[in-house]
Each structure stands twice: as C-alpha cells, then as structure tokens.
Design a binder for this molecule. Structure first.
Ligand code: UD1
Length: 352
C-alpha cells in the first residue's frame, strides 16, 4: 500500500491549474462507444480510474491512443465483445456506465454486478430500472448481469433519487433509442451538463439537462467529436480546503466558480477571503486568503447544487484544525464518515 507522508508546511502560497475532472471524463469515455469513428478528448487526468476505463474500452475492441499528455483518441470501430472484464469492473464501480452505450449500440452486454464499497452499499437498481423501462431484459445470473434489447425504446422514467451514474447511463442509452425518452428527477451535476453537451456534439437531441427533467429524442446514428474536459471541481475544492486548514494565499484556475458555489460559501463562513477575478467560466481565477484558524460551519451534503459529498471528508479534515464546533450531515451516502474516525485517531475531537 502506498504511503503519503505529510510534514508541517506552514501557510500555503501559489497558483494551481486544475486538471480535467475524473467524474466528467469517465462518462465521456464510455460515450465514445456510441460511435464507430474517432473521438478526441483533451485534459484527461492521469488517474487510476481513467486507466481502468481505457483498459475497459480496449477490452471491448476500441483503439485508445494517447496523442500527447492528457489527450486521447478513442475509436470503437468494431465492438468485438460486449462482456465486461470482471477484474476491471471490480477495480472501478463506474464501469457500470458502459451498459447504456453497449445496449444502445449492440443490443446486449454482460457485466459483473459491482459490489458495495467503503462509502456505502451503492446499489445500481436505478441504472437497471431505467434500462428495463427502455425495453432491456436484464437478468442477474449469479452476480453476472446479462442484458439484451432488440432495440431500446423511448420511455418516461422518474428516478427515485437523482443518481449521477444512472442519469448518465440513461442519457447514453436514450441517445440511440427509438423515439423520445423523458427522464424525470435527473441529477443536475455539472458532469451531467457536460455529458449532454458531448452527446449533442455527437448529434444527439437532448434538452433540459439543467432542470432535472431531460428529454432525449433518439437518433439513428451518432458521430465523432472533439472535447476538452472541464476542470475538476472536487480537486479545486481540495486545494482551497488545504489552504483553509494551513492558512496562506492561493489562486486556482481552470474551474468555473459557478460549480463551486456551496464549497465557496462554506470557506467564506470559515473566515476565508475569496476573490473571483479575470474572465467568467473556467478562465476565472479564484483567489483565497486565510489568515485565521477556520471557524465552525454547518454542512449538509446533497445532490447538486447542494454541497458535494465528495468534499465532505475534506472539509471535515479542515475543521479538525478549526477553532469552533462544526456539524456535518451526510445525505447522499449512508456510511461516509470513515474519515471522521481516522481524524479521531489523530486526536481530533469528533463524535458521530
Ligand atoms: C457519482 C460520482 C461520485 C459521487 C456521487 C454523488 C462518478 C464517477 N462518481 O457516483 O464521486 O460521490 O456521484 O455525487 O461520477 N443509488 C441507488 N441506486 C442506484 C444508484 C445510486 O440507491 O442505482 C444511491 C447510491 O447508493 C447513493 C446515491 O444514490 O446513496 C447517489 O449515488 P449516485 O449519484 O448514483 O453516485 P455515482 O453516480 O455512483
């Protein structure tokens, strides 16, 4: 197991350019399976999950090339198999998101059922239910999901909870389905907006992605596209949190501040001075000054535009160095407080 050694740094200073978002790029890579021509994606972060997704695309017969650092091309000219590799699926839960594209393009797929993980049970019932509503037959054969559909058909489906992954799967399936699909109570995360814009640039007919109700008019064929991945809002929030804990003055670029509204609000409440300058969108510069120990905050995680659950443990760690009492409520996952116990082991005063 890798070890990370952290030495006391004192206040942090400097500027960081944020890399492309992992949670954005994974569904985009899965969506390249929807066309036989070459898609190009820029600002692909060099991360373990991205490597797993590359291997997964290759295992289906796609050619994946690294054109230059952070730039890949994917050509899924021929899908040679629609059977997911158990080892790759066990390494990354997000591999479930290839089900929608494979069913839409090939009418079948076999995927090992992903297990739970340290942050919760993480079932995939919404993924399967929406694909079934579109006409797929899906059987669980001893932990292997066997799915087939002669042709996916448009439908109206309401997600019981605005699941990011299930919304992504449904969007990719609906893009090539016959007829109109209306998806209600969809996730509204920036990664959903980005996937919709990627699919639209491939020729898909999609509207409503910022509202929670998305309409997709299925098309016969999708085309290749080029795309630059948006900056990682979780990574950006993590750098800001580091400076909130250690103090100092930092600046980050490459992320649209609009997708960081709740984390920035929490940082301001902690006592950070935040200044957004320069252009709007991802070219904006987010400057932060922290000259005190962080004041206590109350944070409830929630689906976007709520506070992101992926930053909950990071902000919890900041507050372990804080001056007041903070209260965190996790509403997305049922068991995502492992970090609290680890912080307690370091001597933080945490009660669950
Ligand atoms: C994505 C992100 C992850 C983030 C999460 C919530 C990626 C690759 N991962 O994960 O970093 O923490 O969104 O913002 O984008 N659920 C069900 N049934 C389902 C699907 C989900 O009960 O079929 C539940 C989950 O157990 C969880 C909640 O819904 O409690 C949210 O999950 P979901 O939005 O689907 O998260 P992911 O897409 O897996």
């Amino acid at each position: 197991m890798a070890k990370i050694l952290v030495n006391e740094s004192g206040p942090l200073h400097g500027t960081v350019q944020i890399s492309g978002a992992k949670n954005a790029v994974l569904p985009l890579m899965a969506a390249t399976l929807l066309t036989g021509d070459t898609c190009r994606i820029e600002d692909v972060p060099d991360l373990a999950d991205v490597k797993v997704m590359r291997e997964m695309l290759k295992s289906f017969g796609a050619e994946v090339e690294e054109l230059s650092p952070g730039v890949i091309s994917v050509t899924a000219k021929e899908i040679k198999t629609t059977v997911g590799d158990s080892e790759l699926v066990s390494e990354m839960r997000a591999s479930t998101m290839v089900m929608g594209p494979l069913l839409a393009r090939c009418g079948k797929c076999v995927m090992p059922m992903p297990g739970g993980c340290s942050i919760g049970k993480r079932p995939i019932d919404f993924h399967l239910d929406v694909l079934r509503a579109m006409g797929a037959e899906i059987l669980d054969d001893g932990g292997m999901l066997i799915a087939k559909a002669k042709k996916l058909c448009g439908t109206t489906f309401r997600f019981p909870y605005p699941s990011v992954g299930a919304t992504e799967n449904a969007l990719m399936a609906a893009a090539l389905a016959s007829g109109t699909t209306k998806l209600l109570n969809c996730a509204r995360e920036p990664e959903i907006v980005e996937l919709c814009s990627f699919l639209r640039s491939m020729g898909a007919k999609i509207s409503g992605e910022r509202t929670g109700t998305i309409t997709v008019d299925g098309v016969e064929k999708l085309f290749p596209t080029d795309h630059v991945t948006a900056g990682d809002r979780i990574c950006a929030g993590t750098y800001l949190a580091a400076a909130a804990a250690a103090g100092g003055e930092i600046e980050i670029t490459g992320v649209d501040p609009v997708v960081l509204v709740e984390p920035l609000k929490a940082l301001r409440k902690m006592g950070a001075g935040i200044r957004i300058s320069g252009a709007t969108g991802p070219k904006a510069r987010i400057g932060m000054v922290m000259e005190r120990r962080p004041a206590g905050v109350e944070i409830d995680t929630g689906p976007y535009p709520g506070f992101p659950t992926d930053l909950q443990s990071v902000f919890l760690a900041v507050e372990a160095a804080g001056s007041g009492e903070s209260r965190f409520k996790e509403t997305v996952y049922e068991a995502r407080f492992e970090a609290a116990m680890r912080l307690a082991a370091f001597g933080a005063d945490v009660s669950l």
